[in-house]
Write a protein that binds this ligand. Structure first.
Ligand code: S3P
Length: 435
């Protein structure tokens, strides 16, 4: 399904951010591991989460839909995950496959994981290497790609591990394996990443200890930990809210409010950048929901200035670079985003996909070895963007279309439903011109 986006009238209105993808995956996985029935509200009903739900069902959890975004998950508890007799198809979801592999590793299990073309091109050894150190056996395709088999006797050895890259998925896979591993597992993160796994482990009754050593986070989990079912209220996703936020900032005359946005400081790097660029992004009505701080964000059209994004901010905005590059396309000056080589192994190579999307629509952009330089100016549009099965590339291109002289088209919009199934309705409801 192709799609295009024409010049937009001013955006206005109040919308609610969809449920957070990271927390939704975790709610399903933790619920599946726990003893008892977990109740989830505000779940993101995106294709990625539905893949995770179906995989944990195959492993033995019982899931019921109770209403919109409302689910119950009867966990496997002491019985543990069961070896499946079919492949575990994780679809497009990197978080799903990596966290479920970690969770499986702690049980006596044999399983084979598959995914779509995008997921099958992504590296899995970043989690399989530490899991192998703990005692898991694993076979993958060349370069640690899917399909991958894992086999565990459910009697792993705890490890002390410092991931070579800043990755919440790596940290989480190890901690989930540690839940059913006797002894203390330690993960040291020189650059802290999103802490949803640690927070949810505590909410499910595990003891997770966090200390600081020379600026690094040292996280310890003593296993085995018996997870107990909990109530999870999923807050709104700042990585999805990023699209209407940037759309309103760059479309002249816009004035919108996005409610229910999670403000966990490990996720707010984009808001810091947009504020530094001179954007009116005012968060207020701070409150707590499901253990996270949420707020409503008031966004008004603003004239933006280029910035150099500090590399140490990358972990807190790792999924937001494509949409930041769209904001940079109309900012005065040259925005520099460097030291973000990790973007090359996301749902697509997001450095080259973002550079291509901008260049095809007349934006001045330079691809660096590990980053991008974007110079703002008028956006010609008229290009057809190749999305490479990447939802964030697709949505970024369509937001660029809001300010382009000629419509911006994309080759495929179907994968937007992995993270933001209501994207078209929400954007058009605000006044955008997406078809
Ligand atoms: C996620 C972690 C990040 C992020 C992904 C979600 C998570 O990946 O890009 O969209 O939920 O833990 P990395 O851990 O690979 O940086």
């Amino acid at each position: 399904m192709s799609s295009s986006s024409g010049k937009s009238k001013p955006l206005s209105g109040t919308v609610r951010a969809p449920g957070d993808k990271s927390i939704s995956h975790r709610a399903m996985i933790f619920g599946a591991m726990a003893e008892g029935t977990t109740e989830i509200s505000g779940l993101l009903e995106g294709a990625d989460i539905l893949s995770t739900a179906s995989v944990v069902e195959t492993l033995g959890a019982k899931i019921k839909k109770l209403g919109e975004g409302a689910y119950s998950v009867k966990g496997c508890g002491a019985k543990g995950f069961q070896s499946p007799d079919v492949d575990l198809d994780c679809g497009n979801a990197g978080t799903g496959v990596r966290l479920i592999m970690g969770a499986c590793a702690g049980y006596e299990i044999r399983a084979r994981f598959t995914g779509d073309a995008s997921l099958s091109s992504r590296p899995m050894n970043r989690i399989l290497d530490p899991l192998r150190e703990m005692g898991v056996r694993s076979d993958t395709q060349k370069g640690g790609r899917l399909p991958a088999k894992i086999e565990s006797d459910g009697a792993l050895t705890p490890i002390t591990y410092t991931p070579p890259i800043a990755s919440a998925q790596v940290k989480s896979a190890i901690l989930l394996a540690a839940v059913n591993t006797k002894g203390v597992t330690t993960v040291t993160e020189p650059i802290p990443t999103r802490d949803h796994t640690e927070n949810m482990l505590r909410a499910f009754g595990a003891k997770v200890e966090l200390t600081k050593r020379n600026g690094a986070n040292v996280i310890k989990l003593e296993g085995p930990a018996v997870l107990q079912a909990a109530k999870v209220n999923v807050p709104g996703d700042p990585s999805s809210a990023a699209f209407p936020i940037v759309a309103a900032l760059i479309t002249p005359g816009s004035d919108i409010v996005i409610e229910n946005v999670m403000m966990n400081p490990t996720r707010t790097g984009l808001l810091e950048c947009l504020t530094e660029m001179g954007g009116h992004v005012q968060a207020d009505n701070f409150r707590k929901s499901g253990g996270e701080i949420i707020s409503d964000i008031h966004v008004k059209y603003s004239k933006l200035q280029a910035i150099t994004v500090p590399p140490e901010r990358a972990a807190s905005m790792i999924d937001e670079y494509p949409i930041l590059a769209v904001a940079a396309s109309v900012a005065q000056g040259t925005t520099i985003m460097d030291d973000i080589g990790e973007l090359r192994v996301k749902e697509s190579d997001r450095i080259s996909a973002t550079a291509a999307l901008l260049a095809q629509n007349g934006v001045k952009v330079e691809e660096l070895e590990n980053g991008l330089k974007v110079t703002g100016g008028p956006v010609m549009g008229g290009g057809t963007v190749t999305t490479h099965h990447d939802h964030r590339i697709a949505m970024s291109a369509l937001i660029l279309g809001c300010v382009a002289e000629a419509p911006v088209s994309i080759d495929d919009a179907s994968m937007i439903a992995t993270s933001f199934p209501t994207f078209f309705d929400m954007m058009n409801g605000l006044g955008a011109n997406l078809s």
